[in-house]
Design a protein around this ligand. Structure first.
Ligand code: FES
Length: 170
């Protein structure tokens, strides 16, 4: 993972929300961290894409009953990232250490946002946009992307976003 506290503690766009379908985990990469995105109900999850058992990518797994199931030996992780079942040892309670690395994830402006750290600020507001207004468009992705957001925040402040969102790009 990239060791940059400013980037780690900020929100980043990682996927177009409609592309993340219920029951179909998705692999993405953020700041050199491999992530699995998945949905359960109206929640979006972003975890390190790694099963604690033998290191299989959880993004190759499946979603069952609001749990993410590893494709290799079926370790089953609940929404909090805790493994709750070892299929090979169904009587054994998984220890607390059998816990996926979980990050904060949100669905906002039709995109999936993730932070790998502890942001002190929320996702930047775009007052001219409705929740579903932002189309799948590379320019919008760029506009909302982490580098742009962070740089712009550093040099221009947050109010600049509303100017751009009012129609400068789209
Ligand atoms: S590698 Fe995931 S259950 Fe074995």
């Amino acid at each position: 993972m990239l060791n940059d506290p400013i980037l780690l503690n900020d929100w980043h766009v990682v996927a177009y929300a409609p592309d993340l379908q219920e029951g179909r985990p998705m692999a993405v990469r953020l700041l050199e961290e491999e992530l699995v995105l998945w949905r359960s109900g109206d929640k979006v999850h972003a975890w390190r894409d790694l099963c604690l058992h033998r290191g299989t990518r959880l993004s190759l797994g499946k979603v069952e009953q609001n749990c993410l199931v590893c494709p290799y030996h079926g370790w089953t992780y609940d929404e909090e990232g805790q493994c709750i079942r070892f299929p090979a040892h169904p009587q054994q309670k998984p220890p607390a250490t059998a816990h996926a690395r979980v990050y904060q994830a949100r669905e906002h402006y039709n995109w999936i946002w993730v932070t790998l750290g502890q942001p002190t600020q929320d996702i930047p507001p775009f007052p001219h946009l409705g929740e579903r207004d932002v189309p799948q468009n590379p320019l919008w992705s760029l506009f909302l992307s982490s580098e742009w957001t962070t740089c712009h925040r550093e040099f221009s402040g947050r109010n600049a976003f509303s100017v751009c969102a009012s129609g400068a790009i789209g």
